[in-house]
Design a protein around this ligand. Structure first.
Ligand SMILES: C[S@@+](CC[C@H](N)C(=O)[O-])C[C@H]1O[C@@H](n2cnc3c(N)ncnc32)[C@H](O)[C@@H]1O
Length: 274
């Protein structure tokens, strides 16, 4: 545990030492999607937001507050686990932190006609930010979750942001729902992979989704340093021949696939937040 923490802080320290140079190197590359991610990163890092964004963030965080004060019991039966947790406990443990939600929101907001796929709805915190970013822009949000009670809570929340024809919460175990979702005709340009942090499923999601993208597409992988297996998955994904750019943020890994770009497998490393 201590060794893992030391390794984490060493890596982050190296990122921070190089940050200025890395930001300069990225800014010199003429790729619109890479520049979009860079802008999203800088705005989140510097807390530089418009009044409209700040108002949207207040709504998102007000939703988080209701969850933190919700003691309803959620059961894990669908995963074959005889266990329960309160909404409040789940929210504290699993939902994305504010800084990372801001970053995701910034990316989604800049996309024209966003088609977003999220693997890992949970209580819909990241989904709330994503929908706030894309609502009213001829966009669509698909999100997938195993626990039926969480799907119900998230769906109700999403209906406070937009109408049900702009999003779909797909309930069920990914082994069953992922192939079904991939069968539909939709092509995605923002994919947030934040559920089932294991090597084989992560690679499977990437390998299948990359064939169902609307290029240029941005993948956001959460918890790329979660385990040695996830580190392996990240390393394989980074070096996939379809990949143009990656940014390692430690907590998350960003992948850009742009079929009109000649540069391949160009990797960067930045630090957004602990
Ligand atoms: C880390 S949480 C997602 C957090 C959410 N993106 C947010 O930031 O608010 C991951 C979710 O994936 C779901 N999940 C994990 N493995 C799954 C599987 N094999 N099938 C269905 N759902 C799964 C869990 O129930 C959990 O709610």
């Amino acid at each position: 545990m201590i060794i893992k923490k030391v390794a984490k802080h060493k890596l982050i320290f190296q990122k921070r030492l190089q940050q200025k140079n890395t930001l300069q190197s990225i800014s010199k590359i003429e790729n619109n999607t890479l520049q979009l991610v860079l802008k999203a990163f800088k705005l989140a890092k510097n807390n530089s937001f418009s009044k409209e964004d700040i108002t949207a963030f207040k709504r998102c965080e007000a939703y988080r507050d209701t969850l933190i004060n919700n003691d309803s019991i959620i059961n894990y039966e669908i995963f074959g686990i005889n266990d329960t947790a309160t909404v409040s406990e789940i929210c504290n443990k699993a939902a994305s932190k504010q800084k990372w939600c801001h970053f995701l929101y910034n990316i989604a907001k800049e996309l024209t006609k966003a088609t977003v796929l999220e693997i890992g709805t949970n209580l819909g915190i990241s989904g709330t930010y994503l929908l706030e970013a894309i609502k009213g822009k001829n966009s669509f949000f698909t999100t997938m979750e195993g626990l039926p009670q969480l799907c119900e809570i998230a769906s109700k929340q999403f209906e406070t942001i937009t109408t049900p024809d702009n999003f779909k919460v797909v309930q069920g175990l990914y082994d069953i729902t992922f192939p079904e979702v991939m069968k539909n005709e939709r092509k995605y340009n923002l994919i947030f992979i934040d559920g089932n942090h294991k090597k084989e499923p992560t690679l499977q999601y990437f390998n299948v989704i990359k064939l169902n993208i609307k290029s240029p597409a941005i993948f956001v992988f959460d918890d790329i340093y979660w385990s040695d297996a996830m580190k392996d998955a990240w390393s394989i994904i980074k070096n996939d021949p379809s990949v143009n750019f990656t940014i390692d943020l430690y907590e998350q890994g960003i992948v850009i696939i742009d079929t009109n770009e000649n540069i391949k497998n160009k990797h960067f490393s930045l630090h957004l937040s602990y």
